[in-house]
Design a protein around this ligand. Sequence first.
Ligand code: ADP
Ligand code: ASP
Ligand code: MG
Length: 457
Amino acid sequence: MIVMKFGGTSVQDSAAINTAASIVKGRLSQKPVVVVSAMAKVTDQLLTMARAAGSGDRKTALDLSRSLRERHYNTAGELLHTAIFSKFHSELEDSFEALDELLRGIAAVGEVTPRTTDHVAAYGELLSSKICAAAFSACGLDAMLVDSRQCMVTDNVHMRAAPLMEETHARLRTKVRPLVEAGRVPVMGGFIGATKAGVTTTIGRGGSDYSAAIIGAGLDAQAIEIWTDVDGMMTTDPNLCPEARRIKVISFDEAAELAYFGAKVLHPATVLPAVQKNIPVFILNSRNPDCEGTRITARAPHCRNSFKAIAAKKRITIIDVAAPRMLLVHGFLRAIFEAFDRHRVPVDVVSTSEVSVSLTVDSNESIPALAADLATLADVKYEGRKAIVCLVGENLRETPGVAARVFSELTDVKIRMISQGASEINLTFVIEEDQVPQVIQRLHKVFFSDLDPEVFA
Ligand code: ADP
Ligand code: ASP
Ligand code: MG
């Protein structure tokens, strides 16, 4: 059994869905379970609609909903024969009526909560999974739609709900495994779930990869395939640097660091369920299905290059906490981290001196309140528009002088923080956000021009 996850661009229109169907057909002997994202850009639009309705702008919300409705109707119409489409059309109609009802309700109240946001956001995957299941059946696959809210059980932290693994695995075994054993192809939406009480939740942006990994772990899959719009995990974001090359094989640890520090091709949590069951993850290109992609496994082969890839994460804020009189007395760091905890703001990079601590967080609206709270402990300054750059590779552990080579390339760049992670496989630093493209391109030229053919394509 394998899990095949198709991202937004891989189900963005009827041509893409037909391609996905033929890719699935080619793997029937491996008993696929299919997980799909919302069609490209749909989640963004749904969230815009929810916000518009929440601010009382009912017209914008309903106009956007109408354009989504047309896009889904057109796609389904192109994929399904007339007879099937007329029945299916009324199903879609019901979904969109329910969505509009929800938007009218939000607009009437003039407030959107995380819980109602999840109700709106979930439509993306609910609709795409419905359309894909119908389209797969129409082209001869024995597809069966499974509502992920029946399987993916989560806590009630809306918009970033945490899956409850035991309960989810148990449901997958009773609701999905029998379908696979009967030779059917279950089709499920990623990203969405429900609490034990049945309230719809979502597991965080980009979360369909994570859904696929959880489903793979729950069903003891032989492989988890992430089908996307690039040839695999690349040495850096190919949109930032066209010279980016495909990494043939990478370790779970390296992939996790890259995903965490901005390589959007993989949701950072994806690796964990796969590691726990030692299931290989493949990143594959639905636009170039013959390319062998990237294999992510427990141990990657030895590589003569210092680094496997560079990632960058933008929209970072640096918070400097300086306590000149207190120095870093016992309990001071604890008090700082407790403030972050109270405001539920996760910290990425930390560096300390005797009298100050600098921390990075994703830029977000809780920062002013957090800073005010920290100001009761010490002097606080914060500054946005920063970016984290992260170079990752297992060889960093053993090779001396690598940091010196990196920074000697960047003598004209203002480096705000440096950290060589405890994992010993990443070298991380913070720069101004607008310098990301040139810094990535320069480092890529230096560290990725002569590549080990065993590891890079
Ligand atoms: P999907 O919709 O299939 O989940 P995403 O847009 O989430 O796809 O992720 C794919 C995108 O990730 C690529 O188009 C690419 O621009 C970006 N990306 C960032 N870093 C990397 C990297 N190191 N390797 C490959 N792609 C990357
Ligand atoms: N559709 C969701 C998003 O855009 C989940 C995903 O695509 O992975 O965030
Ligand atoms: Mg994604």
